[in-house]
Design a protein around this ligand. Structure first.
Ligand code: KG4
Ligand code: ZN
Length: 372
């Protein structure tokens, strides 16, 4: 049996050898409304290889409430996480005894939901006498394009666009994340979700709004592009939602027949800001590679506009596979594997755990946290 603890005798809390040439890493994601589990195999410095992954989305359950109900999310994670783990081990034809490290999402996210993943990861690890590792959810998103057939090379600028975050980061290597700009209020995903809700579309609004937008005219309504010319790399989307509400009220009974136009105009406003700010970040850093990650990275208009704008400037854009844009376990196992390979983790056999519902990615590298 391969083991990372060949280095010496172990006692609870004792540091173990940081990385051996090959390890099996199990990753568990439970920060919001998706339970994801995956297994990766690391070998030397190669990008960890995904052996298997499984996902259960709670979207149907939350749809009735128009958004995520945290207590229901936690309870459902409890139901799903072990069967998904069994499924992943079976798919990969490996046993839990062969796993070397168990990684889980430590934050940011919903506290109760995170506690399920952390609790299960630590219990499994304790039962198997394996080390555990807490992973930053956004580091998982940011590294997820490394799972694609066309992985990026460092350094790059990352546009992180999820339901809770909109950030531009400079990434020089694994673990080196410098914040260039971020939203001062709502995230891009939130702008999609809240605008969609105002239009009576189901949760989660992003994919529904973008589907409806295909039948509409993006120039039909003049909506604000907040902070577009602010001169910095910060974003603001809260005003957009108010403008959508005002427009919807103005339309009154006409809204139903103009909904596709309003959806297309909303999407056009969000995408234009994301594209322009990303290009400014490329100019500011002088870098030639852009990575787009997080749920909004699945948006087709964002992808096509970024591709066109970047092609003109000789910039390469990398995206995660569509399956790995939204939350999943593969990105957590991958991030854990890459951090181990980079020598950033000293694994411990200690099973007390905490979660970090609020956690800055830049804080992973303390000396850069204040560099902005
Ligand atoms: O990364 P993610 O799965 O979860 C968080 O970490 O927040 O992102 C979810 C967000 C939601 O706001 C959802 O509406 C949005 O990503 N989203 C999209 C699309 N697919 C997911 N937004 C726009 N267009 C899409 N195709
Ligand atoms: Zn996420």
């Amino acid at each position: 049996m391969r083991s990372i603890d060949r280095g010496g005798p172990l006692a609870p809390g004792l540091l173990v050898k940081p990385y051996t040439w090959q390890m099996l890493v199990l990753g568990i994601e439970s920060s919001c409304d998706e339970t994801g589990v995956a297994l990766v195999d690391t070998a030397g410095k190669d990008v960890p290889r995904l052996l298997s992954h499984a996902l259960y989305s709670q979207i149907d359950m939350h749809q009735a409430y128009g958004g995520v109900v945290p207590e229901l999310a936690s309870r459902d994670h409890i139901r799903r996480v072990l069967p998904l783990t069994q499924e992943v081990m079976k798919q990969a034809q490996r046993s839990l005894a062969q796993v070397d490290v168990i990684a889980y999402t430590r934050g940011p996210g919903l506290a109760g939901a995170l506690l399920v993943g952390a609790g299960v990861a630590c219990s499994l690890a304790a039962a198997l006498a394996k080390p555990v590792m807490g992973v930053h959810h956004l580091e998982g998103h940011l590294l997820s394009p490394f799972l694609s057939a066309d992985p990026p090379e460092f350094p790059f600028v990352a546009l992180l666009v999820s339901g809770g975050h909109t950030q531009l980061m400079r990434v020089d290597r694994v673990g080196s994340y410098q914040l260039l700009g971020e939203t001062i209020d709502d995230a891009a995903g939130e702008a999609f979700d809240k605008s969609a809700k105002l239009m009576g579309l189901p949760y989660p609004g992003g994919p529904h709004l973008s589907k409806l937008a295909q039948q509409g005219d993006g120039a039909a309504f003049k909506l604000p592009r907040p902070l577009l010319h602010s001169g910095n790399l910060d974003f603001s989307f809260a005003g957009l939602k108010t403008a959508v509400l005002t427009q919807a009220k103005k339309l009154g009974p006409e809204l139903e027949s103009r909904k596709a136009d309003l959806a297309a105009s909303t999407q056009a406003a969000i995408v234009e800001v994301l594209v322009k700010k990303s290009l400014s970040a490329m100019t500011q850093t002088g870098l030639q590679r852009l990575v787009v990650a997080g749920g909004v990275g699945a948006n087709a208009l964002l992808r096509s506009q970024l591709n066109a704008a970047c092609q003109n400037r000789g910039i390469r854009v990398h995206y995660p596979e569509l399956d790995f844009c939204t939350d999943n376990g593969a990105m957590i196992a991958l991030a854990a594997g890459m951090r181990l390979q980079a020598g950033l983790e000293t694994l411990q056999h200690g099973y007390t755990f905490d979660v970090k519902p609020r956690w800055d990615l830049a804080a992973l590298q303390p000396e850069l946290a204040d560099a902005r």
